[in-house]
Design a protein around this ligand. Structure first.
Ligand code: PHE
Length: 451
C-alpha cells in the first residue's frame, strides 16, 4: 500500500472533514450563493443547484478524494502517477493543469473579495471608535470599488494571511482554528436569521428561495447553478484531490464526502435565509444585486439592530476567516506542485505561487476602477475571470475527473479506495460518475452555448 504524502498528513478523520469543509464553506456560500440566487430568479436556481450538488458534486468529490489518496502528490503529479501506473494516455494529466490554472484564477479574485470583507470589518471597527456610520451602503460599496488603493491594500493583506498559513504547512494552527471558528460563523448566521425573523419577512425569503418559477430558467441559469455547485464544494480544480492526498487510508471516503457536502449546503441555505429577509425588509430589489448584494443589504440590518456594530464586526471577521480557510486550499495545489519540483522549500514555493496570484489579482482590483470600461463576454474583468474559471473551467475539469475516475482508472484502484461501499453502492457511484455527472455537465454546457 502506498505510504504517506511528502507534504504531511491529516491527523484524523475530523481534521480532514474540517479542512475540506473549511475549503468548501467560504465566500461561495455567503457572498456568491445569495447573489446568484437573486440574479437568477430564486427557487428554480436553488433547486437546480441542490440537484447538481447531489448528483454531480457528491460523486465527483468522492472521485477527487480517491484519486488524490492513491496518488499522494499535487494534482499534476498525482495524474502522472495514476496514468503511468495504469498505462493510460499521458493526456489525462491535463486534468491537473486545468485544475491548477483554475485555482490560480479563482484565488486571484477570491482574494480581492476576501479583502472586501476585511475592509468592511475595519470600517465597523472604526465606527466602534467614533467613525462615520454606514448610512448609505450603496455609496460605501461604490466608494470602495472606486479606490484602487483600498482594494489593493486589502487584497495584499488577504494574500499575506493565506500565504502565511500555507507556508507553515496546513497541520499547524489551521486545524485548530477552523474547529473553533466555523461553528462560530454558523452561530452568527443563526443570529442573523433570528434578526430576519423579527423583520417578518422570513416567509417571503422562503418563498423566494424555495418556490421554483421555471419561466425564469434559461441556459445561463443552469450553468450558473452547476458552476456554483462546483465552486461551493471546491470541486473541479483538484483542491479536494490535493486534500485527499493527505488523507489516511483507513478513512471512509463516501462518509467524509457526504459530511462535507451536507455542511456546505446547510451553510449556503442558512446564509440565504439570513440575508433575504433583510433584502426584502429594506425594500432592496433582489434581482441584479450582483456581487455587491451582501455589502449593500446587510449594513442596513446592522444599523437597525441592537449591538449592530460589534455584530457586524463579528460577521465580517468570520466571513473573512471562512474565506481564508478556502483560500489556503486554492494556494495549496500550486505550492505542493512547486515543492515537488525539488528546488524550492515549502516557504519559497508558497511565496512564489502567492506572488503570481497576487499580481493576477490586480486585474480584478483595477477592473473595478481604472479598467472599469473593459468588457469581456459582456462582463467586467472580475465577472469575466469568475465566469471563465468557475462556470467553465470547474465544470470541464470536473467532467474530465469524473470520466477518468469511472472509465479510465483501473478498477482495482477505485474499488480499493472505496472498500466500505457495497457492490451496489460502488456501481451506483460508477454510474453517477461515469454517465450521469458527465451527461449533465455536457448538457448544461450545450444549453448555454445554444442560448
Ligand atoms: N468553495 C469555496 C467557497 O465556497 C471556494 C473555492 C472554490 C475554494 C474552489 C477552493 C476551490 O467559498
Amino acid at each position: 500500500m502506498q505510504g504517506e504524502s511528502v507534504h504531511g498528513m491529516w491527523s484524523s478523520r475530523l481534521a480532514f472533514i474540517l479542512a475540506a469543509s473549511g475549503s468548501a464553506v467560504g465566500l461561495g456560500n455567503i457572498w456568491r450563493f445569495p447573489y446568484l440566487a437573486s440574479d437568477n430568479g430564486g427557487g428554480a436556481f436553488v433547486l437546480i443547484y441542490l440537484g447538481c450538488i447531489a448528483l454531480v458534486g457528491l460523486p465527483i468529490m468522492a472521485a477527487e478524494i480517491l484519486m488524490g489518496r492513491h496518488g499522494r502528490m499535487s494534482p499534476v503529479n498525482t495524474l502522472r502517477k495514476l496514468t503511468s501506473e495504469g498505462g493510460h494516455s499521458k493526456g489525462w494529466v491535463v486534468i491537473g493543469w486545468i485544475g491548477m490554472a483554475a485555482a490560480v484564477m479563482i484565488l486571484s479574485f477570491y482574494s480581492v473579495v476576501g479583502g472586501w470583507t476585511l475592509h468592511y470589518a475595519w470600517l465597523y471597527v472604526e465606527q466602534l471608535f467614533g467613525g462615520a456610520p454606514i448610512t448609505d451602503p450603496d455609496a460605501t460599496f461604490t466608494a470602495m470599488l472606486g479606490s484602487p488603493g483600498t482594494l489593493v491594500f486589502w487584497h495584499t493583506v488577504f494574500m499575506l494571511l493565506t500565504v502565511g498559513v500555507v507556508a507553515m504547512g496546513v497541520e499547524k494552527g489551521l486545524e485548530r482554528a477552523v474547529k473553533f471558528l466555523m461553528p462560530l460563523l454558523f452561530l452568527i448566521l443563526l443570529g442573523l436569521f433570528a434578526y430576519g425573523l423579527s423583520t417578518g419577512k422570513v416567509g417571503q425569503a422562503f418563498e423566494f428561495l424555495f418556490t421554483p418559477d421555471f419561466s425564469k430558467v434559461h441556459g445561463s441559469t443552469w450553468l450558473a447553478a452547476l458552476g456554483q455547485a462546483f465552486f461551493s464544494l471546491s470541486l473541479g480544480m483538484c483542491g479536494i484531490m490535493t486534500y485527499g492526498a493527505y488523507l489516511p487510508r483507513d478513512i471512509s471516503i463516501p462518509r467524509v464526502a457526504a459530511t462535507v457536502a451536507l455542511t456546505d449546503t446547510s451553510v449556503a441555505l442558512l446564509a440565504g435565509l439570513a440575508i433575504f429577509p433583510v433584502v426584502f425588509a429594506f425594500g432592496i430589489d433582489p434581482a441584479g444585486g450582483g456581487p455587491g448584494l451582501i455589502f449593500t443589504s446587510l449594513p442596513l440590518a446592522f444599523n437597525d439592530m441592537a449591538f449592530g456594530i460589534p455584530y457586524a464586526i463579528a460577521f465580517f471577521v468570520l466571513l473573512a476567516v471562512a474565506a481564508w480557510t478556502s483560500s489556503i486550499s486554492l494556494l495549496e495545489p500550486p505550492t505542493a506542485f512547486i515543492v515537488e519540483k525539488g528546488r524550492f522549500s515549502r516557504k519559497s514555493a508558497a511565496l512564489l505561487a502567492a506572488a503570481v496570484i497576487w499580481a493576477l489579482g490586480l486585474v480584478t482590483a483595477l477592473g473595478f476602477n481604472v479598467w472599469a470600461s473593459v468588457r469581456i463576454f459582456g462582463r467586467d474583468l472580475q465577472g469575466a475571470v469568475e465566469f471563465i474559471a468557475s462556470d467553465l473551467m470547474l465544470p470541464v475539469g470536473g467532467l474530465l475527473i469524473a470520466v477518468f475516475a469511472a472509465w479510465v482508472l483501473r478498477k482495482d484502484i477505485s474499488r480499493g479506495e472505496l472498500p466500505d461501499l457495497g457492490n451496489g453502492g460502488y456501481t451506483a457511484w460508477k454510474v453517477l460518475c461515469g454517465i450521469l455527472a458527465p451527461g449533465m455537465v455536457l448538457l448544461i454546457l450545450y444549453m448555454k452555448l445554444a442560448g
